[in-house]
Design a binder for this molecule. Sequence first.
Ligand code: 13P
Length: 255
Amino acid sequence: MRKKVVAGNWKMNLDIEQGKKLVNEILAGMPQLGDEHKVIICPPFIHLQQTAQLTVAANRVYTGAQNCYTEASGAYTGEVSAAMVKSTGALFVILGHSERREYFNETNEMLAKKVNTALENNLQIIFCCGEPLEIRDACTQNQYVEQQIIDGLFHLDAEQLSHVTIAYEPIWAIGTGRTATTEQAQDMHAHIRSVIAGRYGKEVADSTSILYGGSCKPSNAPELFACPDVDGGLIGGASLNAADFHGIINAMVEQ
Ligand code: 13P
């Protein structure tokens, strides 16, 4: 059956020493994880090698990047390739986060290329999707998210898709304290799963993990993770505090 996953997206926070301290605190208090669980820590690029070295001996705890570039190498000042990410020891990469789409103009077309280069370099992908508030207000969120998934992922075959975890993050819930209701989360996750089933079949859809992200905290994680199609969370702010992150991981373990 599909994995339960809690991933922490540190975004642009913490220097090297602060990062080391946080990873050590996270590892020190880590709840007992089962075969069906994964915890992924996604710090800024500069932390990847250190975080990968600290997590390598920890059971079922992995390191991921927050982005990678579309191209393999060359004159792209400031960018980092999928191969470079892989060489740090990181095994995962987040692609298509709404902040990348919004502030760095990442299009679905670019993201499809990033998905390809990540897979070519044997990285596992956390592929983000989610609608802005005006789309939610217009009640067209299902079509909007479906298009993101079609454009970003549907060129993959089923084997390639097995290396992808999807994260649904409604933009209006990110960093706002306004979490989606369990009904909103479950409805969208079920929709995403049906979209995947339509292209790849039920078996593939049932084995794809779909995470919720957006103001997820220890207090609301248990009810969100209890939804049948919510397989864990992609955590921003609360992943920067070891106790909060543990609380959310506990919510996954106790399901
Ligand atoms: P918050 O948990 O801070 O709302 O961020 C969610 C997110 O964007 C994770 O990628």
